[in-house]
Design a protein around this ligand. Structure first.
Ligand code: KPL
Length: 295
């Protein structure tokens, strides 16, 4: 099995470094027009040099695995291109912040085994070709509810993912894990980007009210989407992530500073949209969504 990793983003770079270090065959596919990554600096300061991309033959086989660590805003184009290069039995893993990927995969890859993943590893792009691993995390993996998969394959896919971006925990309730991560991103990402602060800056007392309000709103929307999240637990998780990643700059902060498209649509934008459909008021998420859009 060759692991195919799409894009030149920070998390894709970590996956490639993990594959290289575990001697797992992999190919890194930069997005059209972007430069291929060639170096990943690990937490211990050592560097992993990534081989040049081998893009001679871009058709995948049934045994290959495609990991898609792209922003949800880049996903539609990528899936539209890649669906012609994938046999229906090639497994695909979506790995992005925010929501919306599952629905796109259901539309463009209806027959493939599709897995959803979320990671708390921190990484940042230090140049067009270099990535730095900035915080150890873990990865949750499960089958997309729109694409039921088979148990023996699930174990194998979890093992491959473990080599790339472990440790991996298999979650039968992957949607709950995605909503938990969504709450973390809804609270941390826009606030750090708008205030130009590292994640730890949110420990200042004047952010507590806003963070709590974001968590309450996310839990209310989750409930009507049939996902049970408990406000106190979620708020505690958000503050744990803030403490654990205090020195890191969130991905949205990095996107804003580098004038890249942010993931706001799939994060606070997703909450605002779902809330509108269900007739719920989410004033804090709406405020943060609009403020990021206005930048
Ligand atoms: O996922 C993250 C991100 O920056 O996108 C967090 C968990 C907030 C860490 O920075």
């Amino acid at each position: 099995m060759t692991v195919n990793i799409l894009g030149s983003g920070a998390i894709g770079g970590l996956c490639a470094a993990g594959a290289q270090l575990s001697a797992t065959p992999y190919r890194l596919w930069p997005r059209p027009g972007s430069t291929a990554l060639n170096n990943v600096e690990l937490l211990n300061g050592e560097s992993v040099s990534l081989g040049p991309p081998d893009c001679a033959d871009d058709a995948l086989t049934a045994n290959d695995l495609l990991i898609v660590p792209l922003k949800v805003t880049q996903l539609k184009e990528a899936l539209k291109t890649w669906r012609h290069k994938l046999p229906a039995s090639t497994a695909v893993i979506l790995l992005h912040n925010g929501m919306g990927g599952m629905e796109l995969a259901a539309k463009y890859l209806p027959d493939n085994p599709v897995f959803l993943a979320t990671t708390s590893h921190g990484a940042l792009k230090t140049s067009a070709t270099c990535i730095r691993h900035t915080g150890k995390g873990e990865t949750m993996l499960g089958s997309s509810p729109c694409h039921p998969t088979r148990a023996p394959q699930n174990t194998h896919i979890a093992e491959m993912m473990n080599r790339c971006i472990g440790p991996v925990t298999w979650r039968d309730d992957i949607e709950t894990a995605l909503w938990q991560k969504l709450a973390v991103n809804c609270a941390i990402n826009p606030l750090t980007a708008l205030n130009n602060i590292p994640n730890g800056g949110l420990l200042a007392a004047h952010y507590v009210e806003t963070i709590t309000a974001v968590c309450e709103e996310v839990c209310a929307v989750a409930r009507v989407c049939k996902i049970e999240l408990e406000v106190n637990t979620i708020t505690e998780q958000v503050f744990n992530v803030i403490e654990r990643t205090a020195e890191n700059f969130s991905s949205m902060h990095q996107d804003v500073i580098n004038k890249r498209t942010t993931e706001i649509e799939g994060i606070n934008g997703y909450i605002v949209n779902q809330a509108k459909k269900k007739g719920i008021d989410v004033p804090t998420n709406t405020l943060l969504y609009k403020a990021i859009k206005a930048l």
